[in-house]
Design a binder for this molecule. Structure first.
Ligand SMILES: Cc1cc2nc3c(=O)[nH]c(=O)nc-3n(C[C@H](O)[C@H](O)[C@H](O)COP(=O)(O)O)c2cc1C
Length: 147
């Protein structure tokens, strides 16, 4: 059976969403059972049900989650330490090196998913404002790793 892939994005101005949609298209071409959703449209149970979980998330404010990612982040903080056991995850973080807390929200996702029992199958990429090429390359390498 094809592996299930959930691509969750947290965004304020759409950059992370565009990358997530792009990854969805590529994943479907590779026959993954893939779904893409904003982090305010899914819950902890969706994370648990996924074979692979990709988080693509920007950082806002002063090192904060985008509004549409905060509630789910808070919910994941509340679950037990092994509840994401078996979930293979990788995080793509968008940010801007002009800010002190560069890519902090993505870093927080990367840490909490591991703390809750997930297995990081690919290293996080922290992207500055000129992110397109390296983000696309990361997406391709992640899909290759999953295949
Ligand atoms: C008001 C504002 C605050 C931001 N705060 C941060 C920050 O604290 N750390 C960081 O790395 N990037 C920060 N950024 C940069 C965004 O994360 C970056 O522009 C990202 O590409 C936006 O992606 P999105 O469209 O998916 O939200 C900030 C941008 C703005 C406009």
């Amino acid at each position: 059976m094809a592996s299930s892939l959930l691509i969750g994005f947290g965004t304020e101005t759409g950059n992370s969403e565009l990358l997530a949609m792009d990854m969805l298209g590529k994943a479907k071409d590779l026959d993954f059972e893939a779904k893409c959703a904003c982090l305010d449209e899914v819950g902890v149970d969706d994370f648990k049900a996924a074979d692979y979980l990709i988080i693509i998330c920007s950082t806002w404010g002063d090192g904060e989650q985008p509004d549409n990612a905060q509630d789910l982040y808070d919910a994941v903080e509340e679950i037990g330490d092994d509840e994401l056991d078996g979930v293979q995850f990788a995080v793509l973080a968008l940010g801007d090196t002009a800010f002190d807390l560069f890519c902090e929200a993505g870093i927080q996702w990367d840490n909490i998913l591991e703390d809750k029992g997930g297995q990081r199958f690919y290293e996080r990429l922290d992207c500055d404002t000129d992110y397109e090429d390296e983000a696309e390359e990361w997406i391709d390498l992640v899909l290759e790793k999953m295949n």
